[in-house]
Write a protein that binds this ligand. Structure first.
Ligand SMILES: [Fe+2]
Length: 288
């Protein structure tokens, strides 16, 4: 049976029904989801009460799962080193201290970012499983970097066509007040800065998109401040309301997105009801 896909945003995003992600996906289902990711960028699958093993099997159908290497994000779930929790609570149920390393690290999710752009190869896909939600969960916002690219002037498109930016996890975390001393030497040695193009093309659709993130520090070959200003200007452009889809979460939903042509950010949440979204990602198989 083919998937039932209903567009949910203005220019991208869709809801996918007629599939039970607890069962291993067939090759044709994987292909349909890959095509839907190329077409819509952000897919929500309602009512998918996955356990960890099922989420692991699901994510591995799309490529090599991304290993979570930062100690700040590790949960107690050592059986699944590819997961961490985008959470308001520690594993023992206590509220995460916003000033702790984990709290500050997760707070950086409030910045517009692309998962794993600080790595080479970067992350290609992310899947978040809603394990626990408050009665009124905060949205997650997504930006359509393809529509944003299309709306650029021809002069800007020509200017950025061959530009590359340096991405570093420490750059995005410094924006949230973290200091180098907040990271272990081991974490820093595992995360050297990497370089990616500002413009990418989707291999399925051929459409171009901006590739930006809070991790994008500066532009190679441009004076530091001019490169930073260009990245900020493009980010402001790409996150204007006409390019943004706000996702409203439902219990046991799985939301999957293509990191190559979308950006996202968390919306602030200060409630006391726990929220736990279990994160998993798939890496690109070659450098970008
Ligand atoms: Fe993220």
């Amino acid at each position: 049976m083919s998937l039932h896909i209903t567009p949910s945003g203005k220019t991208f995003a869709a809801v996918v029904r007629e599939i039970d992600l607890r069962n291993p996906l067939s090759a044709s289902q994987v292909e349909e989801i890959e095509q839907a990711l190329a077409d819509y960028g952000v897919l929500s699958f309602p009512n998918q009460p996955l356990n960890d093993d099922q989420q692991q099997v699901f994510i591995e159908r799309f490529g090599p799962p991304s290993l979570v290497t930062l100690a700040e994000l590790k949960t107690a779930n050592s059986a699944h080193p590819h997961f961490f929790d985008v959470s308001t609570v520690e594993d023992d149920g206590a509220q995460i201290d916003p000033e702790s390393a984990r709290g500050m690290y997760l707070r950086a999710n409030l910045l517009w970012h692309t998962d794993g752009s600080q790595a080479q190869p970067p992350i290609r896909l992310t899947a978040l499983s809603a394990r626990q939600l408050p009665p009124e969960p905060p949205d997650t916002e997504y930006a359509d970097m393809r529509a944003a690219y299309d709306a650029l002037s021809d002069a800007t498109k020509a200017q950025i066509e061959d530009l590359k930016a340096e991405h570093s996890i420490f750059y995005s975390r410094a924006k949230m007040g973290m200091k180098m001393s907040d990271f272990t030497a081991d974490a820093m040695s595992k995360r050297p800065p990497v370089i990616h193009p500002l413009v990418r093309s989707n291999p399925r659709t051929g459409r171009k998109s901006l590739y930006l993130a809070s991790h994008a520090s500066h532009v190679i070959g441009m004076p530091l401040e001019a490169g930073r200003a260009l990245i900020e200007e493009l980010t402001e452009h790409a996150t204007r309301p006409q390019f943004v889809y706000s996702h409203k979460w439902h219990p046991y939903e799985l939301v999957m997105w293509d990191d190559s042509w979308t950006m996202h950010r968390a919306v602030p949440y200060s409630g006391t009801h726990p929220r736990v979204l279990r994160w998993s990602g798939v890496r690109e198989v070659a450098p970008v």
